[in-house]
Write a protein that binds this ligand. Structure first.
Ligand code: NCD
Length: 285
């Protein structure tokens, strides 16, 4: 059975196939997933990811069982993740799981009778975010995803989106990474790619950046920093660079920057919908 638990579960052909089809989804309201049911099982808060899967499913004629608030599910009565997965496997064709523990999606996949899609396991991975993040670069960079100077900013220790994206971008040749964070929120040493540079000062790298990927401080995972990029710092970005953020934004990027053509963080949401439409079709039809 096909599961999507980590970026490692997607090879280049699989990814390229999804990206090639993703931009055709603009006007695509098909019925390919008619009579298919998806469970959205979210043990952590989500606005975009859960709604994106919901919308992607419904736009293709499918239905969704949304368990977005586990307070109202049997988890609150003490039911294990495994028993909940067995239960939802009898009622749906695929389960999208977000859970605060690293490795939870592997645990779920080991017992599940239907495909599991990891929508974030604690500070582990978030492979479908990477699919849309990679597509954002591909789509806005003449279908190229190599030879880039990528600057990652924020809580690089606890954020899962950066870890998954670095895994993906490291596969393509010539990508160089700058990691900008406070000393105690550094990107994990064991995951550092060969071509990388670490600093606490955005000024060291911002003018040598093609992709600026900004993340928020993960307060729910114990971080307590605050930081915000200023308009004057952002003015040093090259003209043809792009600025991404998985969202939610707290105050890392000033709203004043939203109108700048380099700002792609709101576009990322529509790209995510397209990518997830193709992914769900791939998994269920
Ligand atoms: C991210 C997540 O949940 O990891 N959000 C998302 O899925 N778009 C980023 C975050 O919460 O900071």
């Amino acid at each position: 059975m096909q599961h999507l638990l980590s970026v490692n579960d997607m090879n280049e052909n699989f990814i390229f196939d999804i990206w090639s089809k993703a931009s055709d989804q603009k006007e695509n309201f098909s019925n390919v997933l008619k009579s298919k049911i998806l469970t959205n099982l979210f043990y952590e808060p989500s606005t975009r990811t859960s709604s994106s899967f919901y919308s992607a499913m419904v736009r293709q004629g499918g239905s969704v069982i949304p368990i977005n608030n586990v307070k109202f599910s049997s988890a609150i009565k003490g039911e294990s993740l495994e028993d909940t997965i067995i239960t939802m496997g009898t009622m749906s064709d695929c389960i999208v799981l977000r859970h605060p523990e690293i490795g939870s999606s592997i645990k779920a996949a080991n017992i599940s009778s239907v495909p599991i899609i990891n929508a974030g396991d604690g500070e582990g991975e978030h492979p479908t975010q990477t699919l849309l993040d990679g597509f954002t670069i591909f789509y806005n960079n003449n279908k190229n995803i190599d030879n880039l100077r990528v600057t990652m900013v924020g809580d690089l220790k606890n954020g899962r989106t950066v870890k998954s994206l670095v895994k993906l971008l490291s596969r393509y040749s010539g990508n160089h990474f700058n990691f900008v964070s406070p000393a105690d929120l550094r990107f994990p040493k064991e995951l550092l790619p060969k071509k990388s540079f670490q600093t606490e000062r955005i000024e060291d790298v911002i003018s040598d950046t093609d992709v600026l990927y900004v993340t928020r401080v993960q307060t729910e995972r114990g971080s307590d920093h605050r930081y915000a990029l200023s308009m004057s710092q952002l003015r040093s970005l090259p003209d043809n660079s792009i600025v991404m953020h998985p969202l939610p934004r707290v105050n890392e990027i000033p709203r004043e920057f939203d109108q700048d053509p380099r700002a792609k963080y709101f576009d990322q949401m529509i790209y995510g919908l397209w990518c997830r439409m193709v992914l769900l079709e791939n998994f269920m039809s």
